[in-house]
Design a protein around this ligand. Sequence first.
Ligand code: DC
Length: 232
Amino acid sequence: MSERITIAIDGFSSTGKSTVAKQLAKALEYIYVDSGAMYRAVTLFAMQKGLISNDGFDKENLLTYLNDITISFEYNPVKGFAEVYLNGINVEADIRTLEVSNFVSLIAEVSEVRKKLVEQQQQFGKNKGVVMDGRDIGTVVFPDAELKIFMTASAETRAQRRYEELKAKGEIASFSSVLENIQERDFIDTNRDDSPLVQADDAILFDNSSLSIKQQFEALLHLASEVISRTS
Ligand code: DC
């Protein structure tokens, strides 16, 4: 039997990381973990408690609640991937709104939140056979991952993809507001003090601006298969 490896996929917002990560996990029979969903779930919790809004962010108060936040994943056989749960409630749809996207970078800057989530992410991957996507997977969560991908695409390409996604879900948003959100998150993600988004030295840079979802999947599956056969 071939060796199971750890696949870390990092990159900018809306580069299609989760789409290809899910496809790879399915093809390789690995578990898939969407680490961004975990930061989004904490953001939703803060919103529900009134700790974050356009009026400001009460970070100190959020810290007092950290032990009350339980995030889990449960496989949905119909959708073919694991959905995220916040304190036992399925929040997969609720965490994908533009409102959550607008606040999530502030939550992801909080070191105490990152520490809690990174520990849980490392637990998920302790037996290998995991595909995890995020911003710091190859640098902080799994620095020894056998395959690290750093995904990128132009901000306009990414905004167009996210805009279509929101439109398909019936969410009303202008293209310019989606582009603005992506540029703002790029800036915060790459400039924060704790675990900023950077390409790991040993990550493979993968620009998918001109690739279809199928082409991207085939290219990355090929890479993963090579690494697995080298490792086995
Ligand atoms: O991948 P995403 O857009 O769902 O991630 C939501 C936010 O969470 C993103 O703005 C950055 C943050 N994030 C992070 O800081 N570290 C991760 N490993 C994953 C996401």
